[in-house]
Design a protein around this ligand. Structure first.
Ligand SMILES: [Zn+2]
Length: 103
């Protein structure tokens, strides 16, 4: 166990991670995970869609960028985040996609 921990630390320290170039890469970063945790905490682990009663206990919650990264939204600002249940996250993603297709 000790040895494995040591090895992990060494590998991590040696690796120089370049800044993420794409949204997909961004989602893998510790910064994104911290942002996600903060967004969900601020929402008190409830879906923020008006009238929705889903919580982290009843549904899978997504930390959603209010202004999407593709549209130039701030990636790590908790103000640009909202917690959405799976259903409302899908609805929002579809709506944004339709808006983008029209533009
Ligand atoms: Zn919801």
């Amino acid at each position: 166990m000790k040895l494995a921990g040591y090895r992990l630390k060494t590998a991590e320290g040696r690796r120089l991670k370049p800044a993420p170039k794409t949204a997909a890469e961004h989602y893998q970063t510790p910064e994104h995970r911290a942002w996600r945790a903060e967004v969900l905490r601020r929402a008190m682990f409830c879906c923020q869609h008006p009238g929705c009663t889903a919580t982290a206990y009843t549904a899978r919650l997504f930390a959603d960028h209010i202004v999407e990264l593709k549209d130039g939204g701030a990636a790590l600002d908790p103000e640009n985040g909202q917690a959405l249940c799976g259903k409302h996250h899908t609805v929002k993603t579809m709506r944004e996609r339709a808006k983008r297709a029209k533009a």
